[in-house]
Design a binder for this molecule. Structure first.
Ligand SMILES: Cc1cc2nc3c(=O)[nH]c(=O)nc-3n(C[C@H](O)[C@H](O)[C@H](O)COP(=O)(O)OP(=O)(O)OC[C@H]3O[C@@H](n4cnc5c(N)ncnc54)[C@H](O)[C@@H]3O)c2cc1C
Length: 370
């Protein structure tokens, strides 16, 4: 069996950033990636996807984006950046290697079963992301609908939907962006958002809203919430209350829909917004007021939920389905198990990955010294 000091699972932004830091500390490690290339998740996302976080807060440790990269890098540029990152730091990625089972031996080392054989390691870093686990909630009556039902991960671009009536379900950025893109192609598009959504502009006075969020994050949460409430009062005074009501959670707890293109299209009626479905029928849905809408397809932009079933050891899970952690990245019960890419907030995932990869590298280095 091959042995490594540390194994990182996943060569997305999280695994690559961690590998770079482990390399800085001269820690013997390898990165396993199930896809044929790095950044497998990003390759599978829809073609028009653009980072909604600015490039200055989306870079991984040790390498900025090129000067000519767009402030909000499109998917292709982001994948190019990750490829260059892997190349520049000679990251030891082993592609087409899927980890299917993880357990501990009697020395407390991790044993990994992969399609390329068995490996053991002293420290394990899980960077498998969420995209492998599309989440479709149980929706009562949906089985009555005989049209096509997709998850947003299956959506690539609008052409297969030309001439069709489509309903997108979900209150996140993917749902907003996909419905906007469909509507721009003249496709009859409805968005169903049950519990409201926070919508924020991409910039305020030319400054990306994420950068403002980053600056604000030095203040206590109560103060940040006060500022958000105050700005909402001004926004409502100037433009009237939002068409899509604000939800019970704040934009600090869950990233808002970024960019006003979506809300403008809702306002103009290019995207029809519905908040209540009464029933799903064979060829459509019935909305509040007994309004029937014929549909050909439903796209579930309902997010992802981590699945830790590959572990044969007991891993405690929190209410959001993530592993319970201390110090952001350390498993609660296994001191040689770390998670990167599981901290999300209004500033995005990548800025947290930047921080967490460094925490993990430093922690493993300190444990190696003991
Ligand atoms: C559509 C979308 C847009 C997003 N946009 C932004 C944004 O603009 N800004 C931002 O900050 N954040 C964004 N995020 C959130 C987050 O930053 C990204 O999801 C980011 O890719 C997370 O990096 P990761 O490495 O944790 O996960 P991933 O990028 O998903 O990488 C995980 C890797 O692990 C591999 N893997 C999984 N299971 C196994 C296994 N068993 N064995 C081996 N390999 C495995 C996968 O193939 C994949 O390559 C977005 C998320 C989504 C879904």
């Amino acid at each position: 069996m091959n042995h490594k000091s540390t194994i990182v699972i996943g060569a997305g932004p999280a695994g690559l950033a961690t590998s770079k830091i482990l390399g800085d500390y001269d820690i013997d490690h390898i990165v396993f990636e199930k896809g044929p290339e790095i950044a497998d998740s990003w390759r599978s996302f829809y073609d028009s996807l653009t980072l909604h976080t600015g490039k200055h807060l989306s870079a991984l440790p040790g390498m900025k984006f090129n000067k000519d990269t767009h402030l909000f890098p499109p998917k292709k540029q982001f994948i190019g950046y990750l490829e260059e990152y892997t190349e520049k730091f000679k990251l030891p990625v082993k592609t087409s290697t899927e980890v299917s089972k993880i357990y501990k031996n009697d020395k407390g080392q991790w044993i990994l079963e992969t399609n390329q054989g068995e490996y053991s390691c002293d420290f394990l870093v899980l960077g498998i992301g969420l995209a492998t686990f599309p989440f479709i909630p149980k929706i009562s009556g949906l089985e009555n609908f005989k049209g096509e039902v997709f998850h947003s991960i299956q959506y690539k671009e609008p052409s297969p939907f030309k001439g069709k009536n489509v309903m997108v379900i979900g209150a996140g950025n993917s749902g907003a962006e996909i419905s906007y893109e469909l509507s721009q192609e003249g496709i009859d598009t409805t968005i169903f958002i049950k519990s409201g959504a926070n919508v924020a502009p991409l910039h305020i006075l030319g400054i990306p809203v994420q950068y403002l969020g980053y600056l604000m994050s030095v203040f206590p949460k109560a103060f940040q919430l006060f500022c958000i409430r105050l700005s909402n009062i001004f926004i409502d005074l100037i433009g009237g209350p939002p068409l899509i009501p604000r939800p019970s959670y704040s934009p600090l707890d869950r990233p808002p829909i970024i960019g006003k293109k979506f809300s403008k299209s809702v306002k103009s009626g290019q995207i029809k917004y519905k908040s209540k479905v009464l029933s799903y029928e064979e060829n459509g849905v019935k909305f509040e007021g007994d309004e029937f809408k014929k549909l050909d397809a439903i796209i579930m932009a309902t997010g992802f939920k981590l699945n830790l079933d590959i572990f044969k050891e007991n891993i405690e899970i929190d209410e959001d389905g993530f592993a319970k952690r201390k110090n952001r990245v350390e498993d609660l019960n296994h001191e040689n198990l770390f998670y990167v890419g599981q901290n999300y907030d209004s500033r995005g995932g990548l800025v947290n990955i930047h921080k967490d990869s460094q925490l993990i590298g430093t922690k493993i280095k300190s444990l190696l010294k003991v």
